[in-house]
Ligand binder design. Structure first.
Ligand SMILES: N[C@@H](CCC(=O)N[C@@H](CS)C(=O)NCC(=O)O)C(=O)O
Length: 212
């Protein structure tokens, strides 16, 4: 059975996979579980009528399960785990929220125009907490095997690396070696390579929020 997935198309390139971290999370889950899938690229600035009919909220990703289109990457990835339990991507519930504050801290720092507003330090604090966790439990969040928590975080760390590198000439400091190694491991996976957006599309996607 081939699952159908609505994924974000790149801004200005509607035939190319776009820069949505929630879409990539779902695609990573499908790849890691080796579930066959077919992508419908959705231009979110010009949504097709059929897409709005199956998902009136208009957000991607959306996956069709037994004739029912289901939105939201949290819901979709839980359903994928339930319906396709092997290989398991389940993580210890204790680790479910590890790293979850990194993405909002990254967005605040990216948009910040005031170098003394503490947003860089707030991001560094979150990354340091992840570094400490990985030092104790790594190399992945739940240990030796990749899990759904890593698949949620990986696209967000990719956006962080690309966008902060481009707009702020900023990179993860060498004082966080476990985070750096973690990102290297994640980004080297075949599943990641196959599902990632091109760097220029990540940059184009963030530009209006940075310059706005
Ligand atoms: N909570 C949702 C967030 C999905 C989301 O924000 N998708 C964005 C693209 S990254 C979107 O579809 N934006 C288009 C819109 O809101 O019109 C999830 O986890 O799937």
């Amino acid at each position: 059975m081939t699952l159908e997935v609505c994924a974000k198309a790149a801004v200005g390139a509607p035939d190319t996979l776009g820069d949505c971290p929630f879409t990539q999370r779902v695609l990573l889950t499908l790849e890691e579980k080796k579930i066959p899938y077919k992508i419908h690229l959705i231009d979110v600035s010009n949504k097709p009528q059929w897409f709005l009919e199956v998902n009136p909220e208009g957000k991607v990703p959306v996956v069709k399960f037994e004739d029912e289109w289901t939105p939201d990457s949290d819901v979709i990835t839980s359903l994928l785990e339930e319906k396709f339990p092997e290989p398991s991507l389940a993580a210890s519930p204790d680790f479910a929220s590890v790293g979850s504050k990194i993405f909002p801290a990254f967005v605040t720092f990216l948009k910040s125009k005031d170098a003394s507003d503490g947003s860089e330090q707030a991001l560094l604090n979150e990354l340091e907490a992840l570094d400490n966790h990985l030092k104790a439990h790594g190399p992945y969040i739940n240990g030796d095997k990749i899990t759904s928590v890593d698949l949620s975080l990986a696209p967000k760390l990719f956006h962080l690396e690309v966008a902060l590198g481009h707009f702020k000439n900023w990179s993860i400091p060498d004082s966080l070696p476990h985070v750096k190694n973690y990102m290297k491991l994640l980004f080297a996976r075949e599943s990641f390579d196959k599902t990632k957006a091109a760097k220029e599309h990540v940059i184009t996607g963030w530009a209006p929020k940075v310059n706005g």
